[in-house]
Design a protein around this ligand. Structure first.
Ligand SMILES: Cc1cc2nc3c(=O)[nH]c(=O)nc-3n(C[C@H](O)[C@H](O)[C@H](O)COP(=O)(O)OP(=O)(O)OC[C@H]3O[C@@H](n4cnc5c(N)ncnc54)[C@H](O)[C@@H]3O)c2cc1C
Length: 374
């Protein structure tokens, strides 16, 4: 890799996955560039939960400490049905080392960006990848920005450019899976409520489910898949002013390959699933950590070593996508026979230690060991 080792590793996309990859590589002293099509960083909350696995991964960089400082610990989850609490989980016993932290994705991205800047790397904004091709020596990327089109060269590329990834398209990699028919509705809004803000709240509603979690002060996130989630809020909650509202379709998809040669995919570019389980952003940051290790090995050895990233992460991420898809089907509340099963089974299951443990490990991102390829 002699000629190519002089070139930077190019990260395409400065969401949480790309920012983390750039940070991990820069902290290893490797040359890195990171581009993003958007002129400005995102301001929407999107993913709200930073799980213990991610905090562990971000500890050495100091970012975990800042996330804990800015966010709030989530101590449990409460299940509501027909106006009463039917089950709860207290995370404090089972996750004594580190609780999940509630923090808006925009704030997590800002902390990653600051840590990256401290390593001397700035996100090159307003720069979008059009296409790329690779040969035995390097990757050539066609970039578009306000200065027009130009070609950049990189030793390796990490495609962290989200669900509609241009990197994935350039590699002609399929993204098989399915998209749920019904739209999901999301609000960040002010609530007048006596709900415990330290817990996530899930309502088993007649036409689906409603997820409610505190963001800060009296600002809460509400997500639901039914017709009127705001009419099904738990307890005495009363909806107030809306700060952000979104309507989106949920897909469960896994890229058929996680890369080829010098170019790899991570985060939403490689896998998407419903927000149930709060794994999307966290899984992308874990991809970034494994990519950085494999990239360092490939730059010091042979490019073939990068394939270990693709093989390992596709297996790990695929298991999570399948698990979240099953959980989403169960919680979705359709058809009525499945809803009746859900209403009986889920509250009982949470009382059984092995199933409760499985749920907690899934939420915490601790349902698989953090493995590096051997
Ligand atoms: C409305 C909404 C609510 C969500 N809620 C949750 C939640 O509650 N919990 C959870 O875990 N997850 C949630 N998610 C999902 C979570 O936000 C994603 O899993 C996470 O953002 C993935 O990070 P990423 O870095 O892989 O991709 P992204 O965050 O999508 O970042 C991709 C970046 O690539 C850039 N880009 C795209 N194309 C190009 C190009 N051609 N060239 C250069 N740059 C490019 C984009 O501008 C973007 O900044 C939600 C998502 C949405 C949309």
């Amino acid at each position: 890799m002699s000629a190519a080792t002089q070139l930077p590793v190019m990260i395409v996309g400065a969401g949480p996955t790309g920012l983390s990859a750039a940070l991990f590589l820069a902290r290893r002293g490797l040359p890195v560039r990171i581009i993003d099509a958007a002129a400005e960083p995102t301001t929407t909350s999107k993913a709200l939960l930073v799980n213990p696995r991610t905090l562990d991964i971000l500890r050495d960089s100091g970012v975990a400490r800042r996330i804990v400082g800015e966010g709030h610990a989530v101590v449990g989850a409460v299940l509501h049905r027909a106006g009463r609490q039917v089950a709860s989980i207290d995370l404090r016993g089972e996750l004594s080392a580190q609780l999940p932290i509630g923090l808006a994705q925009a704030a997590t991205e800002a902390l990653l960006t600051q840590a990256l800047a401290q390593c001397g790397v700035q996100v090159e904004r307003g720069t979008s990848l059009q296409t790329l091709h690779q040969d035995a020596q390097q990757v050539s990327l066609n970039l578009q920005s306000g200065h027009g089109n130009r070609t950049a060269h990189a030793s390796l590329v990490f495609g962290a450019d989200g669900a509609h990834s241009a990197v994935r398209h350039a590699l002609d990699i399929d993204f098989p899976g399915h998209t749920l028919a019904e739209p999901w509705l999301l609000w960040d809004l002010h609530l007048r409520t006596s709900l415990d803000p330290r817990c996530a709240h899930i309502v088993l509603a007649p036409d689906g489910f409603v997820f409610v979690m505190n963001l800060q002060a009296d600002l809460w996130r509400v997500i639901g898949n039914g017709a009127e989630p705001l009419a099904q809020l738990p307890g005495d909650s009363v909806a107030g002013q809306v700060e952000w509202q979104s309507r989106f379709h949920i897909g469960h998809r896994l890229a058929s390959r996680f890369g080829a040669g010098r170019v790899m995919l991570g985060g939403d570019a490689a896998h998407i699933h419903s927000p149930l389980g709060a794994r999307g952003m966290n899984l992308g940051i874990e991809d970034a950590w494994v990519f950085a290790e494999c990239a360092a090995r490939a730059l010091g050895g042979t490019v073939a070593q990068l394939q270990a990233y693709a093989d390992l992460r596709r297996a790990v991420d695929g298991r999570v996508v399948r698990k979240v898809a099953t959980l989403t089907r169960l919680m979705g509340g359709h058809p009525p026979v499945l809803r009746r099963l859900r209403d009986t089974l889920v509250p009982q299951a949470l009382k059984l230690a092995p199933l409760r443990g499985l749920m907690i490990r899934t939420l915490a991102g601790l349902d698989h060991p953090l493995r590096m390829p051997s």
